[in-house]
Design a binder for this molecule. Structure first.
Ligand SMILES: *Cc1c(COP(=O)(O)O)cnc(C)c1O
Length: 416
């Protein structure tokens, strides 16, 4: 009998193989049929230090022995208290408040609701959200609304709310984006949500820190809340703890998830400036922030995140990241026959065919199978191949990834 599992982003009608993974460690997945697969995309961008980091695993075991889950409305627990203090200590000091949820999507929903609540509680009717073209913020209705419209969300289109979309700040066209933002800000929108420096699902598109800084400055000038979705870029992926750091930008609201627990358990936070918290602070219950999910601040997930923070504190994580960036750069520059090779921090990306491969063209799935046959977890976005490995990956595994990409390029160039 076929499995009853309905997998995410999977067309079961194509009957593509779905490997059974039994164990994960470092940069490797071990399958039931005895293969060792190199995880070149950090299991969809979550794993930072490596799978099954001993300190994170130990923290989970330890916490699981004490307390599983408690209500978080009106109650608290030490792992959540410690984590909030730990986060406010390492994130920009202006971000004084920490709100817990469970995924990147919910951290975005929370940020949007906080922005709207801020304006509502101040008695100003500001609802419009500005976004950039090609952005991705998650798959719930609100998060889809602020993301790129396309085949992914067409069936739900009528439910998605209207947003103002700015062109992506492509090289040479940055000013057009900034001008569009300036014009849109004059109409008093509630907030602008961005993926700082690197748009992930939109195709691993990179733009420079000075554009991010200018975007934040325009928003500040017009009193438009600036939301940084660092769900993917956070925790060192772009070379710094936050991508915003490279632009000297402190957002009004910051979304973190994926690497928050080192990629071990689902957890997210939305961090807010005091003014946004203040706008909800009152003797009047009607002005509270109306949001919760059942597993808000799950103690075991918080313990895993506290262990992640301890690793950042005690281990040379940034040095490791800088070294990985260099090792990635050396391999990327040696690759021949790729279009638009690009890199930010630990992430490289390139196109390996000369057409405009779309997500649903068969090139992506063919590449996926090609890499799967070589025991590599690489998941191209259309014809965009990207490498986003856990920071612990060794040279031999990196070499395997890049020689497979080179082989794929050679086949594209000469399909016979
Ligand atoms: C992955 C991602 C999300 C959604 O996170 P989930 O945990 O999958 O809900 C939101 N924003 C960005 C930038 C992401 O990369």
């Amino acid at each position: 009998m076929t499995s009853p599992v309905w997998h995410p982003f999977t067309q079961h009608g194509l009957n593509e193989p779905i490997p059974l993974v039994e164990r994960a460690e470092g940069a490797a997945l071990y399958t039931a049929d005895g293969r060792r697969v190199v995880d070149a995309i950090s299991s969809w961008w979550v794993t930072t230090h490596g799978h099954a980091h001993p300190r994170i695993m130990a923290a989970i075991t330890d916490q699981a022995a004490r307390m599983d889950q408690i209500i978080f409305a009106g109650w608290t627990h030490q792992p959540a208290e410690d984590l909030a203090r730990g986060l406010t200590a390492i994130m920009p000091p202006e971000l004084t408040r920490v709100f817990y949820s469970d995924s990147g999507s919910t951290s975005v929903e929370v940020a949007l609701k906080m922005a709207l609540g801020y304006w509502a509680n101040r008695g100003e009717a500001r609802h419009r959200i500005l976004v950039t073209q090609h952005s991705y913020h998650g798959d719930t209705i609100g998060a889809m609304s602020v993301g790129e419209r396309g085949v992914f969300n067409q069936p739900y289109g009528p439910l998605l709310f209207d947003v103002g979309t700015l062109p992506f700040p492509a090289a040479g066209a940055e000013q057009a984006t900034l001008d569009a933002l300036e014009a849109a800000c004059r109409e008093a929108p509630a907030a602008f949500i961005v993926e700082p420096l690197l748009l992930g699902a939109g195709g691993m598109l990179i733009y420079p820190p000075r554009v991010l800084a200018e975007m934040a400055a325009i928003c500040a000038r017009h009193d438009v809340l600036f939301i940084a979705d660092e769900v993917m870029t956070g925790w060192g992926r772009t070379g710094t703890l936050l991508a915003c750091e490279q632009a000297g930008v402190v957002p009004d609201l910051l979304c973190l998830s994926k690497g928050l627990t080192g990629g071990s358990l689902p957890l997210a936070v939305t961090m807010a400036r005091e003014a946004i918290y203040d706008a909800h602070l009152s003797q009047d219950r009607a002005r509270m922030f109306f949001h919760s999910s059942s597993y808000t601040a799950n103690p075991i997930a918080c313990a895993a995140a506290n262990a992640n923070l301890a690793i950042w504190r005690d281990e040379p994580v940034l040095e490791r990241i800088a070294a990985l960036a260099e090792r990635q750069a050396a391999r990327l520059s040696a690759l021949k026959g790729v279009r638009n090779p690009r890199q930010i921090g630990t992430v490289t990306a390139m196109e390996i065919a000369d057409d405009q491969g779309r997500y649903l063209s068969d090139r992506g799935p063919r590449l996926l199978a090609f890499f799967r046959d070589r025991d590599l977890l690489l998941r191209p976005l259309g014809n965009t191949v990207y490498v986003m490995p856990p920071y612990c990956i060794d040279d031999a595994d990196l070499d395997r990834i890049y020689s497979a990409i080179a082989e794929a390029c050679a086949i594209q160039a000469d399909p016979n």
